[in-house]
Design a binder for this molecule. Sequence first.
Ligand SMILES: [Zn+2]
Length: 130
Amino acid sequence: MLNQQDRQTVRTALDKRKSTLLAEIRTALADSGDTQFREVLGGSPGDSSDEALAASLADLSAARIDREVREYRALEAAEQRLGDAGFGTCADCAVAIPLARLVANPAATRCVQCQEKFDKTHAGQAHGSL
Ligand SMILES: [Zn+2]
């Protein structure tokens, strides 16, 4: 079970990953030439346009940013779960996920063993190891 300090550590890592991801999505969108999203992206860096952008992401389907958007959503879901008592426990075997793994991948919902098993079972589907 994660204590308050552990949760804060994960939250910090999660925020950082989200910022990185948003920057990547921004770049991809800027390159896509979609003027609708250029407007969204027009604000100065770090201002509250992040939320407007996040809302817009729901409708995006461009393959190029699909992966980033999916990870971003996974991070948002993780953020929602962060306050739950069960956060940080494996969804499959209920073992505590090591803090280092959560920091490296805040959206992780399984321990390494179960994730490997899951990836094997779902081999051929979307690549990546959340
Ligand atoms: Zn597990």
